[in-house]
Design a protein around this ligand. Structure first.
Ligand code: ADP
Ligand code: MG
Length: 478
């Protein structure tokens, strides 16, 4: 098989797995039209026919798609979603055979802003020539020295560091389970612990969930699963990142066996996940309780002081390569106030400031900082939403025109979007029901009320619809 054929076959498996995981409804609504457009240097480009699908997938399914893709196609380490040219979309061509001018709109969007700045470690073979399991490489820059400690992560940091430096004596709190949302420093701490333990001469294996699965599958195929397990037991510290992605009956069982074998043999295990052990639905009860049986530490949202600390640390790191680059304390404090999400976005902000300063050749001021990070800042103040914008967005989502929505037509294809638009007008604007009725082609306020009630009721049981309405709300408020 050529590389592209292999990628295509892997992609077909990814889609099958996604379908099985998310269920038929969600799959058909959101993922069925996702295609693999290209694979270059470990970066996979996926395409969808509409901007709407692109935003939706980016908001909800990027991590899951990437994890599944990585486990099927280990060379892929990042991905982006593009809107494909309408003419090249086979389903669109079938619907609209006579379209002469196709406005192509291929705008790659990095899967997350900070990711671009750290080159992904080279994909190493899970099992080397001597049959030793090598795991994934550790990033030498992710150390305890470069990890800024604050109130929200102090306990996690202390636990990880104690374990990493505990080069004699029995395992401490085993396993250590780090739990935190995206970008709060889990991977950083895991690498830091791995790096420090290695410096202390201990044998460390760092695996991501998909690498764990891939390693195991590869070993099984080579019929060395016994040897594989023996070797796992021959290490001092096993680190597994993002265990929420371990899936499939065999994989969970093997994960359970490995965990038990290591812990019973007194080997240290550290894992990280985005949720507490009892919420790892894909793992069975015994594995969950084993995971919960060590020390579970949560890293909470970064407070302002910690954000300032991380920003200063990143700026100092950047200055090593760009000595002229400066950001005043006022700029740092502005960015720390504006970006409250996570470390990844803070890192993204520093990269943007640097790009801005390098491109314009001028120092970063508060004004330029504001422009540079604008796209990273989630506007907390709900924006004033106009009924007209609601009608336009909903119409484009459901492939009808705005005049259809305002018209008297009563076909289902028009009625549903009309009701959704009325509902959104009620919840997102301060307009009264009669006023909304007037703006929807002069309808009576009871019609609006009926629509609002109808949608409210539907939202209650229909998760696809409620996710959809949530996204429409977000898009309108952004
Ligand atoms: P997670 O694995 O929890 O999603 P990461 O460890 O990848 O998060 O962190 C995202 C980015 O933020 C990384 O670049 C990381 O170095 C940085 N970061 C997060 N927390 C800290 C911290 N306390 N000190 C320094 N950098 C941090
Ligand atoms: Mg991580």
């Amino acid at each position: 098989m050529t590389e592209m054929e292999e990628a295509a076959a892997a992609w077909a498996r990814v889609k099958r797995r996604l379908r099985a995981e998310v269920g038929e409804d969600v799959y058909t609504s959101w993922l069925a039209r996702l295609e693999l457009a290209g694979l270059e240097g470990g970066h996979a480009s996926l395409s969808v026919p509409t901007r709407f699908l692109k935003s939706w997938i980016e908001a909800h399914y990027l991590d899951r798609i990437l994890a599944t893709l990585r486990s099927e196609l280990p060379v892929a380490d990042s991905l982006s979603v593009l809107v494909r040219n309408a003419l090249r979309d086979p389903s669109a061509v079938a619907r609209r055979p006579v379209q002469l001018v196709g406005g192509s709109e291929e705008r790659p969007v990095a899967s997350s802003p900070g990711e671009a700045s750290r080159p992904a470690p080279a994909a190493s073979q899970p099992v080397d020539e001597r049959g030793e399991i090598t795991g994934a490489p550790l990033d030498a820059r992710l150390t305890f020295e470069s990890f800024v400690v604050g109130r929200s992560n102090a306990l996690a940091q202390a636990a990880a560091e104690r374990i990493a430096r505990n080069d004699s004596g029995p395992a401490l709190y085993n396993p250590l389970y780090l739990q935190a949302g995206v970008g709060l420093g889990k991977t950083h701490l895991l690498h830091a612990a791995g790096n420090a333990a290695r410096l202390g001469g201990r044998r460390v294996i760092y695996l991501t969930a998909d690498r764990f699965m891939y390693n195991f599958v590869a070993a099984l195929k080579a019929q060395t699963s016994h040897a594989f397990k023996e070797r796992l037991r021959g290490i001092d510290l096993l680190i597994i990142d993002d265990v929420q992605f371990i899936q499939g009956k065999t994989m969970q069982q093997e994960f359970g066996h490995t965990l038990n074998a290591l812990i019973d043999a007194g080997r240290q295990v550290i894992v990280a996940a985005d949720r507490p052990p009892n919420e790892l639905e894909s793992l069975d009860e015994r594995v969950r309780s084993r995971l919960a049986g060590g020390l579970v530490v949560e890293i909470a949202a970064l407070d302002e002081e910690l954000r300032v600390g991380i920003l200063s640390q990143r700026l100092a790191a950047v200055r090593v390569a760009h000595p002229g680059f400066e950001a005043s304390p006022a700029v740092v404090s502005y960015v720390a106030g504006a970006i409250t999400t996570n470390g990844r976005d803070l890192e993204g902000a520093v990269n943007r400031l640097l790009a801005h300063a390098t491109l314009t050749g001028s120092a970063v001021t508060l004004e330029t900082a504001e422009v540079a990070i604008r796209d990273l800042v989630r506007n907390r103040e709900p924006k004033r939403v106009r009924i007209e914008d609601i009608q336009k967005l909903v119409a484009s989502r459901y492939n009808v025109s705005r005049s259809d929505i305002l018209s008297e037509r009563r076909t289902a294809a028009v009625v549903k979007p009309r009701q959704i638009a009325m509902y959104l007008s009620k919840v997102l604007t301060p307009r009264s029901l009669p006023e909304i009725g007037r703006r929807f082609g002069g309808r009576d306020h009871t019609t609006v009320l009926h629509a609002v009630r109808k949608i409210e009721k539907a939202l209650d049981g229909d998760t696809v619809l409620s996710e959809e309405v949530e996204l429409l709300k977000r898009m309108l408020q952004e």
